[in-house]
Write a protein that binds this ligand. Structure first.
Ligand SMILES: *Cc1c(COP(=O)(O)O)cnc(C)c1O
Length: 407
C-alpha cells in the first residue's frame, strides 16, 4: 500500500479567493466561478505547513502526487480515487532538442495525459462535497480523465466534445463509463451547453477553471519540478497553453514554495506556447492587454491547445509577463516536424502539443530568448500514442523471395 494514501493527513486550506478581485470564499463548500465570473484560487496556512511538514519530511516520502498532501485541498484520504498518479520523468532529448533540454513526460500518467493531475483532485473534491453528476466540455484528454476517475467512484458524467475530436479520445471516454456527445462546434460551444445545463441545476460544471481544484492538481507539476531539480527551478519552461491551468498552477506552486522557504526567489521564464491557428493568448500578449479576445475559426492539429477563449486569460498573461517569458505561436508544419524529429532522433514519441513546445524552443533559441546552456523543460502533456501517425504498411510475402539487401 502507498503510505501517501493510507494516512489521513490534515489539510491547511484556509479559504478560497477570487483571482480578479481577491474576494474571500469559504472552504468546504461547493464553488464554481467567483461572483466576478473569474476562477477561484485555494489559499493555505503556509506557516502551519512549514511547522508540521518540513521539506525533508516530504522529500522522504514515495514520489507520487500524494506526497504533497499538505499543499493540496483534499481533507479525507477516503475521498481520493487514485489510479496511480506517479511523478513523471524528465527525459533528455539531446539530439532533437539540445544538451540541456528535458521533456517532462506527462504521457506516463493514468489515462495517458496530465489531465489526470487536475481531474484526480477535482473529482476527489467533488466527491468530498457531495456532487453526484458532472458535465464537461473537452477536446479529449480532460474528458477521458474525468470519465476514469468519476466512474471509479460512482459519479455520473456527461461529456461534450467538438465533432472533430480524435476518434480514440471519444472512444476512451465512452469506454470509461461517461455519456459522450460530439457537438458541431468548438470547445467553447460545448462549454455553453454545459453552462446551460448547470444553470438549470442538471449537473455540476467541470469546465476548465470553472471549479477551483483542477489548478491545485496541476500545481503538482511545479512542486515536482522543484523537487526533481533539487529545490531550485529550470531557467525556462515551455508549456502548451489551452485553458492555461498548468501554467497558472505551476506559477502558484512556485509562490507557495517560496513562501515556505523551500525555494528562492528565482523563477523560470514561462513560455506559453500556442498554435498559430489558435493563438488568442499570443495576440493579447503582443498587444499588451490583460484579457484575450476569442480567436475565430480556430484550427490546429494540436487539439489540446485549440481553445479559442480562456477564462483564466489574465492569469496566464500575468505569469508569462512577470516571469520575463513570452507567449509564442508555432505553425502546424513546425509542430509535426518537431514530433517527427524527436521520435526519429531521440526515440520519444511526443503528442502534437508537446511537439509545439519543442518547435517553440528552437524558435526561442534562434531569436536569443534562451541560450543553449540554459536548462529548459518542455511539457509533453499526453502520450503520442493517442494521436494519428503516418502510415507504415510495407509488407513482405513470406512465401516469395526476400531481398535481404533491400531491407
Ligand atoms: C489540455 C491539454 C493541453 C492544455 O493544457 P491547459 O493546462 O489546459 O492549457 C495541452 N496539451 C494536451 C495534450 C492537453 O490535453
Amino acid at each position: 500500500m502507498n503510505p501517501n494514501l493510507t494516512t489521513d493527513r490534515p489539510t491547511f486550506v484556509t479559504h478560497l479567493e477570487c483571482s480578479l478581485t481577491g474576494e474571500r470564499y469559504e472552504a468546504d463548500q461547493l464553488h464554481g466561478l467567483s461572483r466576478a465570473g473569474r476562477p477561484l484560487l485555494v489559499r493555505y496556512d503556509l506557516d502551519m505547513v512549514r511547522a508540521v511538514a518540513p521539506r525533508a519530511m516530504i522529500a522522504a516520502r514515495p514520489t507520487d502526487l500524494w506526497r504533497w498532501r499538505e499543499l493540496l485541498p483534499v481533507r479525507h484520504t477516503s475521498s481520493i480515487v487514485s489510479l496511480g498518479e506517479i511523478e513523471t520523468p524528465l527525459v533528455p532529448i539531446p539530439r532533437s532538442g539540445g544538451p540541456k533540454v528535458l521533456v517532462k513526460d506527462e504521457g506516463c500518467l493514468p489515462t495517458g495525459s496530465f489531465k489526470a493531475r487536475g481531474l484526480v483532485m477535482a473529482v476527489a473534491m467533488a466527491r468530498e462535497l457531495g456532487v453526484t453528476k458532472i458535465a464537461m466540455p473537452t477536446n479529449g484528454n480532460a474528458g477521458a480523465a474525468l470519465a476514469a476517475y468519476a466512474t471509479r467512484c460512482g459519479i455520473e458524467t456527461i461529456v461534450f466534445c467538438p465533432d472533430d475530436t480524435p476518434e480514440i479520445n471519444v472512444r476512451e471516454i465512452a469506454m470509461q463509463g461517461a455519456r459522450v456527445y460530439r457537438v458541431n462546434g468548438l470547445i467553447d460551444d460545448c462549454g455553453a451547453i454545459v453552462g446551460k445545463g448547470a444553470a438549470e441545476g442538471r449537473w455540476f460544471d467541470f469546465s476548465t477553471l470553472k471549479e477551483p481544484y483542477r489548478i491545485e492538481g496541476k500545481k503538482t507539476m511545479g512542486l515536482e519540478l522543484a523537487a526533481q531539480f533539487g529545490w531550485r527551478l529550470p531557467k525556462a519552461i515551455f508549456y502548451p497553453t489551452g485553458g492555461g491551468t498548468g501554467l497558472i498552477g505551476m506559477w502558484k506552486a512556485f509562490d507557495e514554495l517560496e513562501k515556505l522557504g523551500w525555494i528562492g526567489a528565482e523563477r523560470p521564464k514561462m513560455f506559453a506556447v500556442q498554435a498559430s491557428g489558435c493563438a488568442p493568448i499570443v495576440r493579447a500578449f503582443e498587444e499588451g492587454v490583460e484579457h484575450a479576445e476569442r480567436w475565430e475559426d480556430a484550427s490546429t492539429v494540436a487539439a489540446g491547445i485549440r481553445v479559442p477563449k480562456a477564462v483564466g486569460d489574465f492569469l496566464i498573461l500575468r505569469a508569462v509577463r512577470e516571469s520575463g517569458g513570452k507567449a509564442m505561436a508555432v505553425g502546424d508544419p513546425a509542430i509535426l516536424k518537431a514530433v517527427d524529429d524527436c521520435a526519429k532522433k531521440d526515440g520519444l514519441l511526443l503528442c502534437p502539443e508537446g511537439g509545439a513546445t519543442l518547435a517553440a524552443y528552437h524558435e526561442a533559441l534562434n531569436t536569443g530568448l534562451v541560450d543553449e546552456d540554459d536548462e529548459v523543460v518542455l511539457f509533453n502533456c499526453a502520450t503520442g500514442l493517442k494521436y494519428p501517425m503516418p502510415a507504415a504498411n510495407v509488407a513482405i510475402d513470406k512465401d516469395g523471395p526476400i531481398d535481404f539487401d533491400d531491407l
